[in-house]
Design a protein around this ligand. Sequence first.
Ligand code: RB5
Length: 146
Amino acid sequence: MKKIAIGCDHGGFELKEILRLRLQEMGREVEDFGCYTPDPVEYPQIAFRVAQEVAANPQTYEFGILCCGTGIGVSIAANKIHGIRAALCTDCFSARMAKEHNNANIVTFGGRTVGRELAWEMLNTFMKAEFQHGIHEPRVQALTEA
Ligand code: RB5
């Protein structure tokens, strides 16, 4: 089974730790790109690193998870990396659509905006969903080619 890449800044540290541990408890291999303490760090650097790894190694990573205070900063940063479709999720419907319609390869969450149980539910919803192909295929392809 492919690995999951994960990263955060200080605003998403606590949530990242919870999600990483729960994923590992369910048997998933998770590569943690930091940060590793709640001390302040620059979120663009960590988001770029996770996004570059996911974009460059699709055989290794199924997808990536990024957490910051709101999930916004890491999604903006990740989407600057070619081939990345990072989706900021705040509800389970969006988390499902992120896979079914957008084939997102990174999901982002806000450690200061969503509770841990909602984040876990969204993550599981995303992981269980499948890309629907069809009409969504050329749209996702257009994103990749832009
Ligand atoms: C850090 O204080 C905060 O700005 C960051 O975690 C994130 O919310 C940025 O989008």
